[in-house]
Design a protein around this ligand. Structure first.
Ligand code: ZN
Length: 307
């Protein structure tokens, strides 16, 4: 789903929109859709009395060269070396700031929600896929190859486990993504459940198969977080993405498992994101404001997306 919004300089959100991504139609179709959505937003800004917007922010998944404004690779959309910032900028007549989706979400988390003012923290997005973003002094760190945070494609079951879409075997995503939790529950129970949220509800209701599928995912996530803790020592880990909507059903056992895995390392504070699925959209807006030299978003108001 493409999430879009128009904001005024004072942080007021004057329009929200959701448009199906339609990734099955291919990369060119998705790009055309983005151009249409962008043109609609520019018209909405004019209709709201804002006039011509100062900047346009765009957050996309995959491998993103933020400095060059190029989507290097997005497996699910079919993009390879697409100069998104240039293409959209020419169509809309606006400067376009391109961001990686999870790093954009981290930027929003650094301004709103449990990480506001934290400076340094780790965001782990656990939903359709699993990826993290390391924020240092309020800024997401991209890494040498723009691949920092790709923890979803590190094997947690070395030499065993399922094949992953990345070509590897036993990746964290094959055990702990929302799809993996639902699939594991189907295997264990024989029941037709397609959503991790349903498995979370069954955990609360005392269903033993749901408990087992959930515990396996939590155990794998805790193992990944333990490694992150050993390398980075964050004081705060924000959990976002679809699984985080389970709230204490996820965070309580995750904190227990993590505490059991750590020895000399300190246990980080775990908090669920409060920005919902609009964190990436809000982060793209923040990045565009920054690039355009606008003042930071006023933190006193409500978060820029109805999470
Ligand atoms: Zn993988």
């Amino acid at each position: 789903m493409i999430k879009a919004m128009v904001t005024a300089a004072d942080g007021r959100v004057v329009k929200h929109a959701r448009v199906p991504t339609g990734a099955r139609d291919g990369g060119a179709a998705v790009l055309a859709r983005l151009e249409d959505v962008g043109a609609q937003l520019v018209r909405a800004a004019r209709a709201a009395g804002i006039g011509q917007p100062a900047a346009f922010g765009l957050a996309v998944p995959g491998i993103v060269d933020e400095a060059a404004g190029v989507a290097r690779f997005a497996a699910n959309i079919g993009w390879r070396d697409v100069p998104l910032a240039d293409r959209l900028g020419r169509r809309l007549g606006l400067p376009v700031t391109l961001c990686h989706d999870v790093r954009a979400a981290a930027r929003a988390e650094a301004s709103f929600g449990p990480a506001a003012g934290a400076g340094d923290f780790l965001l782990v997005q656990a939903g359709t896929g699993i990826a993290a973003a390391l924020v240092l002094d309020g800024r997401p760190y991209a890494g040498a190859h723009a691949l920092s945070g790709e923890i979803g494609h590190v094997a947690v079951a070395a030499g065993a486990g399922r094949r992953c879409g990345c070509g590897g075997t036993g990746c964290l995503e094959t055990v702990a993504s929302a799809a993996a939790v639902a699939r594991r529950y189907r295997e264990l129970s024989g029941r037709r459940v397609t959503r991790a949220a349903s498995v979370a509800r069954l955990v609360t209701a005392g269903d033993p198969a749901a408990r087992r599928a959930w515990d396996e995912a939590v155990g794998a996530l805790a193992g990944a977080l333990a490694w992150c803790q050993g390398v980075l020592d964050p004081g705060l880990v924000v959990i976002g993405g679809g699984l985080s909507r389970a709230g204490p059903v996820l965070l309580d056992p995750l904190a227990r498992e993590l505490a059991g895995l750590l020895t000399v390392q300190r246990i980080p504070r775990l908090a669920a994101s409060t920005l919902g699925d609009g964190a990436g959209c809000a982060g793209a807006a923040l990045a565009a404001r920054s690039a355009a030299g606008l003042p930071p978003w006023p933190r006193s108001g409500p978060a820029p997306w109805p999470g």
